[in-house]
Write a protein that binds this ligand. Structure first.
Ligand SMILES: *Cc1c(COP(=O)(O)O)cnc(C)c1O
Length: 413
């Protein structure tokens, strides 16, 4: 590990990830759990999180980028990986070469996938690189994920792909009226197998669930449209975390959970007992005493009401502390107490008001997110203060903050 000179780091409790994966798997069974590890596992560090999620019972991983899937393969992870959108250009070919299952939703995408498999087979023989198993071997990863059927044999040499249909989110996906034609073109292509049909919920954590029911109905219609042309996908999936928890009918064959896996259920779920996996810590850089009426940081916005000690914390907006954290009354924990941000967040540093007591010293532990003593600051609290959501707070923690993998003494409960 590279030397560190700046005391600002994340502790990622992989036992919490394992525990959360276990709880979610139990909740949705017999549906399976797909652990969404895009965006470096929502800022938690994909390479540490993915094995823990799999150990907890997830059977699939999902990523947003081909590059993310390839990084998982490079780390030796052999589980099934779903790519959540159809990449442009050579992305589909690269995904297939890495044994990553692409999502397709256009005629061009189907064509590029088929060409990639056929091209690889032409170049590499009968078990060409288009076959997921061959690619996994080539990437240094296990030849086949444990418990997976031999897809080269069991599926007649077809490489699995998933078709996404837009059921109302209107972001990506095939139009519902195109599903049968796309399904037929995949079925007609001996290189490909339409293994999955899926869609994405637009408002599963809001309102009474009417849109969710509508989307489920449209997905079921797409399933019938495929059956009408003789295509029966093995996996139909729709739910994100909110769907998996709040709308059992959306669980179907597989649920794709992100935020709940990290311990932040998007809808109240106290009985699930999910645990936040991420703590963000630092050490006080410097403490200084200022007189009443003085102020800190750019703009000297907020004069101190009394003479106070202020602590400088080595964490700023490049590290993922939104500038609105100051205006929103953001607080951090030092010596078990909440300490309010005293002035504007700067790029690399933050100044907090520690009051008149002088009980804070250089080197003291600072908790930005997580527990200290009896106090806790959550990513939800941050989100409320800056008008955002826990997904954004977590996934925007900066890349220069090192992620340390730890295991909580409570282990998996
Ligand atoms: C990010 C994402 C998810 C996970 O959503 P959460 O709300 O974090 O559970 C699921 N499906 C798709 C398509 C996504 O992009």
């Amino acid at each position: 590990m590279a030397e560190r000179y700046r005391p600002n780091w994340l502790e990622i409790d992989v036992s919490a990830i394992r525990h959360n994966a276990r709880r979610l798997s139990e909740l949705v069974a017999p549906a399976k759990l797909c652990a969404v590890v895009k965006a470096d596992a929502y800022g938690h560090g994909m390479i540490g999180v993915a094995p823990a999620a799999l150990a907890g019972g997830a059977t699939w991983l999902a990523v947003a980028l081909v590059e993310e899937g390839l990084a998982l393969r490079q780390a030796g992870i052999g589980a099934r990986i779903l790519l959540l959108s159809e990449p442009p250009g050579k992305g589909i070919e690269a995904a297939l070469r890495g044994g990553i299952t692409p999502t397709l939703y256009s005629a061009g995408g189907v064509e590029r996938a088929a060409l990639a498999v056929r091209g690889a087979r032409g170049a590499g023989g009968a078990r060409g690189a288009g076959g997921a198993r061959g690619a996994r071997g080539a990437g240094g990863a296990p030849a086949a994920p444990a418990g997976e059927p031999d897809d080269e044999v069991g599926r007649g040499g077809r490489v699995p792909v998933h078709l996404k249909v837009d059921t109302g989110m209107h972001r990506v996906g095939a139009d519902p009226w195109d599903v049968a034609a796309i399904g037929r073109s995949v079925a007609a292509e001996p290189a490909l197998l339409l293994e999955g049909l899926w869609s994405h919920l637009a408002a599963a954590d809001e309102g009474p669930g009417e849109l969710t029911a509508l989307q489920l109905g449209r997905l079921e219609q797409a399933r019938r449209d495929l059956a009408g042309v003789g295509v029966v996908p093995e996996l139909v999936h729709l739910a994100n975390s909110a769907g998996a928890i709040a709308h059992p009918a959306t669980r179907l064959d597989l649920v794709r959970c992100g935020i709940a896996l990290y311990g932040y259920p998007p809808v109240p779920a106290p009985s699930l007992g999910l645990r936040p996996a991420l703590s963000w810590k630092a050490q006080v850089h410097l403490v200084r005493r200022l007189e009443a009426g003085e102020a800190v940081s750019y703009g000297l916005e907020q004069p101190l009401e009394r003479s106070s000690h202020v602590a400088v914390v080595p964490a700023g907006y490049h590290d993922g502390i939104d500038r609105r954290f100051f205006e929103g009354g953001g607080e951090v924990l030092i010596r078990g107490r909440r300490r309010r941000v005293a002035g504007r967040v700067t790029m690399d540093q933050l100044v907090v008001d520690c009051g008149p007591e002088g009980d804070v010293a250089s080197g003291d532990e600072v908790v930005l997110i997580g527990r200290q003593g009896d106090e806790e600051v959550s990513a939800e609290e941050w989100a409320r203060r800056i008008g955002s959501i826990s997904w954004e707070v977590l996934s925007r923690i900066g890349c220069r903050v090192p992620r340390d993998v730890v295991s909580d003494a409570r282990g998996e409960q």
